[in-house]
Design a protein around this ligand. Sequence first.
Ligand SMILES: Cc1cc2nc3c(=O)[nH]c(=O)nc-3n(C[C@H](O)[C@H](O)[C@H](O)COP(=O)(O)OP(=O)(O)OC[C@H]3O[C@@H](n4cnc5c(N)ncnc54)[C@H](O)[C@@H]3O)c2cc1C
Length: 505
Amino acid sequence: MIEQRKVRVVVVGGGTAGWMTAAALTKLLPSRCQVHLVESEAIGIVGVGEATLPHLRSFIERLGIDEAEFMAGTRATFKLGIRFENWGRIGDSYVHPFGIFGRGTSEVDLHHYWTRLYRAGANPGPIDDYSMACTMAYMNRFRLPDPDPAKLESTFSYAYQFDANLFAPFLRRVAEQLGARRTEGRIVDVELDAETGDVAAIKMESGERITGDLFVDCSGFVSLLLGKALDEPFEDWSQWLPCDRAVAMPCRTRTALTPYTGVIAMESGWRWRIPLQHRTGNGYVYSSSFISDDDARQAIVSAVEGEPIAEPRVLKFRAGRRKRSWVGNCVAVGLASGFLEPLESTSIYLIQAAITSLVELFPNPEISPADRDEFNRLVDLEYDRIRDFLILHYHATERTDSEFWNYCRTMEVPDTLQEKMELFRKRGRVAKYREGVFLDASWIAVYIGQRVIPEGYDLRADLPDAARLNEAMAAFRDEVRACAEAMPDHRAHVEDYCPMAVEAA
Ligand SMILES: Cc1cc2nc3c(=O)[nH]c(=O)nc-3n(C[C@H](O)[C@H](O)[C@H](O)COP(=O)(O)OP(=O)(O)OC[C@H]3O[C@@H](n4cnc5c(N)ncnc54)[C@H](O)[C@@H]3O)c2cc1C
């Protein structure tokens, strides 16, 4: 048998994107590629990005990493969803759960029954009360989901909240053990092949020249290869997602260890609250057209709920993505390919999705243009869907208390989102798609949580007698509550599950 030549992969950058790529390629394609990662400690990593989506669990699992070890190594906590405060109106609160509403056994989704009661004035209470993940989140309870699909305890999923500065080093150990090579130093130039336009080599400050067959640009916002050297245009989405800065400031944890990420709408954006084992991550994401850096800094300093452990740090960004993520022999992964603000913790998910597609479409050993186009199609799809979901949060508001919210409430949204909103408003239908990250429950949570209540509902929801429906809904709420109440406190569960103790609050 003729042995295939290994593809020489050069990964440019050692942040979350770089080391996730290196770990995945060395683990999943050991006989097809050799991985060489280049990073500069002097430049460092962006060092934020601590809240994730449940998909990351399968990534960790595919790498053969033990979950408890990973959580201890990154000082992680469990995450059942995101709690939104002050979005529809000041004082409003809802959870976007990782899980469904109801038991998942009825042909008609629960929110149709809920809408029927709501429209009849029968006060079905918040829709959150019909979700295990929401109820557990409000009660600070956590236990791993039950694998038995017949049980109510199987109706939720979970993700992690971890220390961004520990995640990349954790993956580095994994990748290096699997054979990834690493070079430390600053890249000063990128050499393009005069004939093909492909990346031929990167040049280091030390004078070293590193060549490869495939270059993965994980260089962060600077987009050293795809953006700078190859000049791939950037599609700017800031007319719909006007936030372009964040000021981050971690603090000691003084409050309960919540199994959710908090996102609290502010005058000109929103702030995050991410509880980890040893500290809480905080930051204010804002639009520089509506508030100054100084005022944003002041706002986060006043808002944090524990003693600060670092000075506030301002980060600048722009919403959008490169027109294509894979050009020639260069694939961009992570911030080098684009950025959608962290409201729904989607960046690390986008990294994972790009890596999954890269593994599936990996050169064999030549790069096929059809595979490259397919990769770009899949990346676009993910970005476009997430973009619409994020815009919904800003647009579906009744807030009139600041220029920022007036802009978001009245802005024109993409037709694709307009259509989705119309569909939901009329009859509570959620636009279905085969590929993409956020499924029905996510859209339902945000629509209803932000007061987009359907005018009608699935007519099959009219079948049960009104009194019996009321009773069944109340009984289900009680069952959910009792089930959550029987679970351990989140902090206690983390302490029990991970070998490393959680620092006392
Ligand atoms: C405010 C904010 C909050 C966020 N919150 C979340 C969140 O909650 N959840 C989530 O999923 N995502 C979040 N993200 C996104 C997340 O942080 C990133 O997607 C993730 O960290 C990946 O970054 P990266 O690896 O692409 O880039 P970086 O971490 O910036 O890494 C870039 C790498 O390239 C190297 N490099 C750059 N230039 C050179 C050079 N010339 N020579 C050598 N090396 C070089 C750097 O040294 C570094 O190793 C957030 C982002 C921001 C801005």
